[in-house]
Design a protein around this ligand. Structure first.
Ligand code: FE2
Length: 311
């Protein structure tokens, strides 16, 4: 069944007023990313939050190519291994072949447990087709996503050396200058944001994905295209964790072969619908080119920041 999902447009800066639709069944020339974060069940009674999201994806949006998890998978240090195992087992049901995660401030309480269970480095990049995703974890247990100068330099090198690729940055907290509502609160924005902002002025990325802010998108907008960085769409993909102020929410990004726009839709997993008036069509710097769809992980210790060309 071709489920037509419509979303209005909330980000005036995008200058788009048409309605957006994506079919549940994915056309062959399309690449879809599902991004989410802030799962962090306090106990078993909260497992259904993530399970609701996973079941919605499995039932209504099969064919997602790749998942990004922007931090805060677990809640506490205690029993972390058990909660990581539940996360890894539960996500299998979504049928998504490739998963890439970062540590948020909750993982940063015990990074050894995160590394042991998730089995990815804290910082790495993923090259898939002509998209380059750069992922940077929280390095300290403070809420402000503290990222070392060495890691920043690695990010900067990749951003400058790969201008011919669609560039996506993933962090747990948002950039201070993102224009997102949460950036007004010191505990919600990245420490030392200015060094990143200085780079973005000359070398913009296409998308900056973050989590950390649990307030539902119907109260606080999760999308921003600030005047200072007009080529970078900032998207908060939180949260899965359900409270009085947060729904079970996430984002789907759709790229189409040869197209210079990316469709960004916010999913409300409780209703099984894309949130009304929350989708945008974002103009990319580089059109998406469909390749073999197989991701390659690039580690920060590479000498050359330049991603190798496909054969
Ligand atoms: Fe967080």
């Amino acid at each position: 069944m071709a489920l037509a999902i419509a979303a209005g447009l909330a980000v005036a800066a995008c200058h788009v007023s048409a309605r957006l639709e994506i079919p549940a069944e994915k056309p062959r020339d399309v690449f879809r990313i599902w991004a989410h974060s802030d799962i962090q069940p306090v106990d078993e009674k909260e497992f259904f939050h993530y399970e609701t999201a996973i079941d919605d994806i499995a039932l209504s949006l099969p064919g997602i190519d790749l998942a990004l998890v922007a931090g805060d998978i677990v809640y506490a240090k205690k029993d972390a291994a058990r909660f990581y195992r539940w996360f890894l087992d539960t996500r299998e049901r979504a049928g998504i072949p490739h998963w890439f995660e970062i540590a948020g401030n909750h993982e940063a309480r015990d990074l050894d447990a995160y590394l042991r269970n998730i089995r990815k480095p804290l910082h790495y990049a993923v090259a898939v087709d002509n998209i380059l995703v750069i992922l940077m974890s929280d390095e300290k247990r403070t809420p402000q996503s503290e990222i070392s100068q060495t890691t920043f330099e690695w990010w900067k090198g990749l951003v400058i050396a790969n201008r011919d690729r669609i560039l996506i940055t993933v962090t747990h907290a948002c950039l201070a200058g993102s224009g997102l509502g949460s950036s007004r609160f010191p505990t919600m924005r990245m420490a030392s944001s200015k060094r990143f902002e200085d780079v973005l002025e000359k070398y913009p990325v296409d998308l900056w994905i973050s989590g950390h802010n649990h307030i539902t998108s119907s109260i606080m907008s999760k999308l921003s295209l600030p005047r200072a960085y007009p080529r970078t769409l900032f998207v908060e993909v939180a949260s899965i964790h359900l409270t009085a102020l947060s729904g079970i929410e996430s984002c789907v990004f759709e790229f189409r072969d040869g197209s210079g726009t990316c469709i960004v839709l916010q999913r409300d997993h409780q209703s099984g619908r894309f949130a009304p008036a929350s989708g945008v069509s974002h103009e990319l710097r580089v059109p998406y080119r469909r390749g073999n769809g197989v991701p390659e992980i690039l580690l920060p210790d590479r000498d050359d920041a330049r991603v190798p060309r496909e054969p």
